[in-house]
Structures are given as structure tokens and as C-alpha cells.
Design a protein around this ligand. Structure first.
Ligand code: ATP
Ligand code: MG
Length: 377
């Protein structure tokens, strides 16, 4: 076990890195972060910010010299950096899970190999594959880059096969997947933590509502049939076990209008839809990331209160920034701002957790705030 007082490292200093560091420091672990952005959100809270590329040999050596273990806040860390660190100290989750999560096509194939159902998709590596895909896949469909996509970026909606070639060219990517668009009834996510000894704990499912491809709200408890939640937990557990995963793992699910459960994607880290756990669970997903990384017993994931999480996007800053007084007048709302210096439409600047005796009431509070902010969705 790596006990408080030991220094931890993290690759990536966005908001997820920042919240990991806050949790770790609260528990008495100094944290070093590696991130090439001098203004990254984690820079302000880390004990040491190594401002360098993720594959910078000196920076990686420095992490290895000073840290007892290293984790990541995002899956797109170069494999070479992980391999370098893995030879020197525990890296959790390890290279295998990151390699799969980096690549949508590999990830979806991996799910199917485990017997988990995904939306029908085709893997496109060259222009000729488009014709094949157009013949075999049901439209409308979504063309997605295999790598570096997030918050709906790197995606094109294609209504008919005739639009495919233009969409492919505009994505300008060496590889993509074409995926049938599923008529959705609901979306939800399962976040679990798995320890070094294989022990697993699950967070309550989060019902996720997206707006223009970006997560808008997470509602907990999720209004998703219990049987589907159980099925999803089994699926998520199968993934974690197959990867011999250590850390926090998020898995996103679709429920089709026909009531069928499909797996969408996974994130080998804490997830936006788990931010509710900071205020509403005994142990947050970031506490849990610290525990798993340090080979400590896992914490209790129990929900203390119904909660709704709402993302604060850069759109809100377009007209001078949100009116904070209108937010802070609600005693049930907990504010989390990441300290990003530049706001852009769609950029995640922070989030709020509204806690109440029922999720429906928490939703009403957020609806009032939205109305006051003139931020309809
Ligand atoms: P994020 O980083 O926010 O998880 P992402 O860029 O990795 O997103 P996806 O999770 O694949 O992308 O898609 C974002 C959202 O777009 C989904 O949560 C869902 O609302 C919608 N979406 C994606 N694929 C499909 C599909 N096949 N059918 C219906 N809706 C879809
Ligand atoms: Mg997603």
C-alpha cells in the first residue's frame, strides 16, 4: 500500500487531473502533474507542474524519480510514455486498457468479443471501405474518427449513403468508424472502481442527457429500469475483469426506443457523469482513483442524497459570464469551477451539483437557474 505522505503523479492536468489532485492532497498525498499547457487547470493545485510534452524523456524521468505511482486523466497519452513509466513504477490503469480506449474501433470490437452488444458499425481505413459500409449499414449513421474524439468532436452525421464521401473527406482522418444512429430512449453510465486484488465497487448509475453531443445533465438515481442497470453493471464488470483493470472505469450505455441495452464507449478514468459523486457519495470517484492507485481498500460508493449534475459550458461566458449571485442564492447547489482562463462555446468550464430529497426537485432548481440565466436547452 502506498500511504499518505507518498507523492503521486498524474499525466494530464485538465479538470479531471485537478479534481484528482484535490482529492489526493486532502488525503495527504502531494501530487506532481505532467501537462504541456502552462495554464492547465491542475497547475494551480499541484505540488509540482512539469510543463512538458507527454513523451518528454526528462519530465518522465522526473516523475519516475519523485512519485510512488502514476495515473492518467485521459486516454490519449502516448503509449511510449506509459511503457517508459511502467518499467519504473506502478501505472494504474495500465497500458493495455489505455491502448484499447484510445481507439474507438478496437474498443467496440473488444466489447463485441466480450459478448456485449454495440450499435452496428463498420471500420473504415480506406476510401474503398466506404462503399462496403454504405451497403451493409443502416442509415442515418454517424461517422466518428477512431482517435482523439471527445464531446462529440470528430463526428459527422450522415443521413444517407450519398453524404458519406463528403463527410469522410471533411473529417480528414486516416481511420474512422461508421455507426448506425440508434433511436435513443435514454443514456446512462456505470462507473466502477477495481482494486489491485480484483475487488470491485459500483457507483449508482447516472442517467445522462446530452445537448449537441456534449453531456448536459446527469440525474441520480437514474430513471432507468433496474434490470437494465444490472445488465449494464455485469457488462462493465466483464470489461474491467478482462482488462485486469486497476482504477476507476466509466462505461456509457444506450437504451434504444425498443428497450434494448447497447454499450457505447468506455473511459479508463473518472468521468464527467461521475462528478455528482464529489458531493453526493461517501467516496467520490476521485477519492476512489487515489485509493485504487495506492492499492488501498476501496471506499464506499453509497449515495447520500439524490443529485443532478449540470455542466457549465463556455457558451455561458459569451455574454460576460454567468451571474453567480443567481446561482449562489440556491443553498442546494454546489459550485465547481475549473479555473480555465479561456471560455469557448462547448468548453467545460465547471459544473454544479444540485442536491435535494428527490432528483426531480434538484432538476427544478436547475430549471429555475437556467431560466434566470436565460440559458435554455
Ligand atoms: P464524450 O467524450 O462526451 O463521451 P464522444 O465524443 O466520445 O463523447 P460519443 O460518446 O460516441 O462521443 O457520442 C456522444 C453522444 O452522441 C452520445 O452520448 C449520444 O448522445 C450521441 N451518439 C453517439 N453515437 C450514437 C449512436 N450510434 N446513436 C445515437 N446517438 C449517438
Ligand atoms: Mg461518450
Amino acid at each position: 500500500m502506498i500511504l499518505p505522505g507518498a507523492t503521486l503523479g498524474i499525466l494530464g492536468g485538465g479538470q479531471l487531473g485537478q479534481m484528482f489532485i484535490l482529492a489526493a492532497r486532502r488525503m495527504g498525498y502531494p501530487v506532481w502533474v505532467l501537462d504541456p499547457d502552462p495554464d492547465c487547470p491542475a497547475a494551480g493545485v499541484a505540488d509540482q507542474h512539469l510543463c512538458a510534452a507527454y513523451d518528454d524523456p526528462a519530465a518522465l524521468q522526473s516523475l519516475a524519480d519523485h512519485c510512488a505511482a502514476v495515473t492518467t486523466e485521459f486516454e490519449n497519452v502516448p503509449a511510449s510514455a506509459i511503457h517508459y513509466l511502467e518499467r519504473r513504477l506502478p501505472v494504474r490503469p495500465g497500458a493495455a486498457a489505455l491502448a484499447i480506449a484510445q481507439d474507438r474501433a478496437r474498443e467496440k470490437s473488444f466489447f463485441q468479443e466480450l459478448g456485449l452488444e454495440t450499435a452496428p458499425f463498420a471500420w473504415l481505413r480506406q476510401a474503398e471501405d466506404l462503399t462496403m459500409a454504405a451497403q451493409h449499414l443502416r442509415f442515418p449513421a454517424i461517422l466518428k474518427t477512431t482517435r482523439f474524439g471527445y464531446d462529440g468532436k470528430g463526428q459527422r452525421h450522415v443521413t444517407t449513403a450519398s453524404e458519406l464521401s463528403t463527410a469522410w473527406q471533411s473529417l480528414n482522418t486516416p481511420e474512422a468508424i461508421l455507426e448506425s444512429r440508434i433511436p435513443l430512449q435514454q443514456e446512462f453510465s456505470i462507473i466502477l472502481a477495481r482494486a489491485v486484488d480484483g475487488m470491485m465497487v459500483f457507483y449508482p448509475a447516472a442517467e445522462n442527457i446530452h445537448h449537441q453531443g456534449v453531456l448536459d445533465l446527469s440525474i441520480i438515481p437514474a430513471r432507468v429500469p433496474e434490470a437494465l442497470q444490472t445488465q449494464a453493471r455485469h457488462g462493465a464488470a466483464r470489461i474491467a475483469t478482462a482488462l485486469d483493470y486497476v482504477g476507476v472505469l466509466a462505461v456509457e450505455f444506450f437504451v434504444s426506443t425498443e428497450g434494448q441495452l447497447l454499450i457505447n464507449e468506455m473511459a479508463p478514468r473518472p468521468h464527467n457523469s461521475g462528478h455528482y459523486s464529489i458531493d453526493a457519495c461517501v467516496s467520490s470517484q476521485f477519492d476512489q482513483q487515489v485509493r485504487a492507485l495506492c492499492a488501498l481498500p476501496l471506499g464506499d460508493t453509497r449515495l447520500i442524497s439524490p443529485v443532478v449534475m449540470m455542466n457549465l459550458l463556455g457558451d455561458l461566458w459569451e455574454t460576460g459570464g454567468p451571474d453567480w449571485q443567481k446561482l449562489l442564492q440556491h443553498p442546494q447547489i454546489k459550485l465547481h469551477l475549473y479555473g480555465k482562463k479561456v471560455a469557448r462555446p462547448g468548453r467545460k468550464m465547471g459544473h454544479v451539483n444540485a442536491l435535494s430529497i428527490e432528483a426531480e426537485r434538484a432538476l427544478s432548481v436547475l430549471r429555475i437557474l437556467r431560466r434566470d440565466w436565460n440559458w435554455p436547452r
